[in-house]
Design a protein around this ligand. Structure first.
Ligand code: ADP
Ligand code: SF4
Length: 681
């Protein structure tokens, strides 16, 4: 049911004053990384501008370095080292202003969090310490002159930010990543001068920098502090019933706004597998009781009722969002227009986070246009009209097929979507039934909901199409989105040849077998040579079924790639808690008579391990026979999603979207390139 003009949500659209500026509503896009940073200012300006267009009242940058001694390379963050950096950031502020929002900038010096890989400067820290990221580099203890210089750099950064047009300037003390946090942390600060020892002393630099910033730009710009009230390490660290609370009490009304969260990033941006919407409230709810200044907080908020509840109960003044604003840059506008069902809800998978770790354009499972606004000209809510009158036939209704059908239909094509099974959603339906992945079903639900609104889409369930039927159909364009299946032969990253005894053993199962309902028998070995979530998730499922599980992986930790989605540690902890035996750095080279042949990759030692079921999670093969046959019989037939190249759900959605965008155009692999400012792109 539509909630058009629903007065329940009015409170979210009240303007709120932040020092000298006024936010038009309570929707606040907090700073978030994007993999682009200083390397792609035009692309970032377009990305942030679209958030402003979508109704966010405040749109922030990511972390912006203020000095070469705090250089985040190889990560691409913002950069404001000198006046020469002002024009690039001004592009973003201008775009945000074009749509009536406030532009915020998060100034930061990374101190002992960065190795200064680019500038080769020795990192700075309150005391001598190794840097946080695992590089063989130490930060040196700052002397008083260093501290004075740091204050000057921050002040210069604030003045430059003001000249670039920003309305809010952040002082950053969160995620355990900022020099100001390191001064606060007892574990990193053993100074004996007035900047060490008591909490008051350790908070001195934070206080001074807030005061400096207010003094420098406070006449026109608001000063925000981003502060992690809890590091989840108990009383020995900063915690919300200890020093985290005391810092806020000490500085209560000094900044114009508190942006509060928990730290480090692994705790702040937890996936839906490990935390539910609003998970930070228990740590941050005290803040409003100790300050009169507005408070913003995050918690992967996508439900309007939860948002209203946060405000009404006095937990937050602003609904802070990074991921929900990535999944749907138009979330506020849709809510204001009563279009709740159109909101593309974040699924909490953290594929967006992996863009920062890979220093590549931001991407999102739910929003295929994210990061492509400038270089491909994609807008999340607008799409070019169709390029011909012909019909489009999409075969397969997984994430790729659903997205292809939706985007093609939005372009105005007459679309026919045929799905072999009764249920739409393909792999998403199957995977969302696995432990912890329930929210992933939103990938299907949103698309099915949007398709239902269109009159030019015809959906056929229980309709497995064959070559002859497709040829008879005479559609102008045919997209084959028939997905992929997990291999049974063990070929993967480590083993380039089929593993002896796998394919014909009768006890070797694939993830598809389990998702089809096959029950493995104890003891189970899971061979994870895929390294993303599937191996670990199946281990959980087998333990839930009461089975004894050993997870064997050639990687050094289970689900190794999930380090890029901030999940590697929580997954390892969970498997340990569940009693799963993990054998890292181990390959499987054969299976016979109920025993797997294990080879240690460290010593070469060979051993055997019993398994009544062996689940092999190595790689997938595309279901492309339909495509290959059709391609010899007609033109304008395309593969999309896993059928083209098995990958993530995000990649499948993107592939389906790209197919639809490019219909009746001449596709090119060359996208618009960012050239240095001053050289036209
Ligand atoms: P992707 O991730 O690329 O979208 P999925 O595996 O999730 O791929 O989805 C593929 C979908 O295609 C499944 O729902 C499957 O039932 C459907 N499918 C496979 N073969 C056919 C076919 N011949 N006709 C119609 N649907 C098919
Ligand atoms: Fe949410 Fe996943 Fe998109 Fe990130 S990539 S915004 S977690 S749906």
């Amino acid at each position: 049911m539509s909630a058009r003009n629903d007065p329940r949500y009015d409170v979210l659209f009240e303007p709120v004053r932040i020092g000298p500026v006024v936010a038009r509503n309570r929707f606040f896009q907090v700073p978030h990384c994007n993999g682009m940073g200083w390397t792609q200012p035009r692309a970032l300006a377009a990305l942030r501008g679209i958030k402003a267009e979508g109704g966010w009242a405040v749109v922030s940058t990511e972390e912006v370095e203020i000095h070469p001694s705090g250089d985040c390379e190889p990560f691409h963050e913002g950069r404001l080292w000198t006046d020469e950096d002002i024009p690039a950031l001004a592009l973003m502020a201008d775009k945000v202003h074009e749509h009536g929002a406030l532009a915020a900038i998060e100034l930061t010096h990374h101190g002992a969090s960065c190795s200064n890989h680019g500038t080769r400067e020795v990192p700075l820290s309150p005391s001598h310490r190794p840097i946080i990221y695992h590089a063989p580099v130490q930060a040196r203890a700052m002397n008083k002159r260093d501290i004075r210089e740091f204050r000057q750099w921050h002040r210069d950064g604030a003045l430059r930010a003001k000249r670039a047009g920003f309305d809010l300037v952040y002082v950053y003390a969160s995620h355990g990543l900022s020099l100001l946090t390191h001064f606060l942390q007892r574990s990193k600060n053993d100074r004996t001068d007035e900047y060490g020892g008591s909490l008051e002393n350790r908070a001195r630099l934070l206080r001074e920098v807030i005061e400096d910033t207010k003094e420098a730009i406070g006449d026109r710009c608001a000063v925000a502090v981003r502060f992690a009230v809890d590091e989840l390490s108990g009383q020995q660290g900063i915690c919300s019933d200890g020093e985290g609370r005391e810092v806020i009490e000490m500085l209560a009304d000094l900044p114009d706004l508190w942006d509060v969260n928990i730290s480090g990033w692994v705790n702040d941006s937890q996936t839906s597998r490990f935390a539910k919407e609003g998970y930070q409230e228990e740590y941050t709810r005290f803040v409003k009781s100790v300050t009169r200044k507005p408070v913003v907080g995050v918690g992967r908020f996508t439900s309007p009722d939860t948002m209203v509840s946060q405000v009404r109960r006095g937990v937050l003044d602003f609904i802070g969002a990074a991921r929900p604003s990535i999944a749907d840059p138009f979330l506020p506008k849709k809510l204001q227009e009563g279009r709740l069902e159109d909101i593309r809800e974040c699924i909490g998978c953290n594929i967006c986070v992996s863009s920062d770790y890979s220093s590549s354009n931001l991407r999102c499972t739910q929003n295929p246009t994210m990061g492509e606004e400038w270089r491909r000209g994609w807008h999340p809510e607008r799409i070019a009209p169709r390029g011909s009158d012909g019909t489009v036939l999409v075969v397969g209704a997984g994430p790729a097929g659903l997205e292809a059908a939706l985007a093609a239909a939005q372009r105005g094509y007459e679309v026919h979507l045929s799905e072999a099974s009764t249920e739409l959603g393909g792999r998403v339906v199957r995977e969302a039934a696995l432990p912890g992945l329930r929210e992933w079903i939103r990938v299907r639900d949103w698309r099915v909901g949007q398709l239902a609104k269109l009159t030019n889409v015809h959906i056929y369930r229980d309709s497995a199409l064959e070559v002859a039927t497709i040829l008879e159909f005479e559609a102008r364009h045919v997209a084959i989105a028939t997905g992929a299946r997990w291999r049974r032969d063990g070929v993967g990253r480590e083993n380039g040849y089929p593993i002896e005894g796998f394919a014909d053993s009768g006890v070797v199962l694939t993830p598809d077998d389990l998702m089809d309902g096959r029950a493995p028998e104890s003891p189970v070995i899971i061979f994870d040579d895929d390294h993303y979530y599937m191996g670990g998730v199946l281990a959980e499922r087998c333990v839930e079924a009461g089975l004894t599980v050993t997870l064997v992986t050639p990687a050094s930790v289970p689900s190794a790639w999930t380090a890029n989605t901030l999940e590697a540690l929580p997954i390892a902890r969970k498997l340990a808690r569940l009693g799963v035996t993990v054998l890292p750095n181990t390959n499987i080279t054969g299976f016979s008579k109920g025993r797997a042949l294990l080879v240690s990759q460290l010593t070469g030692a060979v051993s055997q391990r019993e398994a009544r079921s062996l689940i092999t999670v190595t790689a997938r093969l595309p279901n492309d026979s339909l495509y290959l046959e059709l391609a010899t019989r007609r033109d304008r037939v395309y593969r999309v999603g896993d059928c083209y190249g098995p990958g993530t759900i995000q990649a499948a959605v993107y592939s389906g979207h790209k197919f639809a965008r490019e219909l009746d155009t001449t596709p090119t692999v060359h996208v618009r390139r960012e050239l240095p400012l001053g050289i036209e792109a």
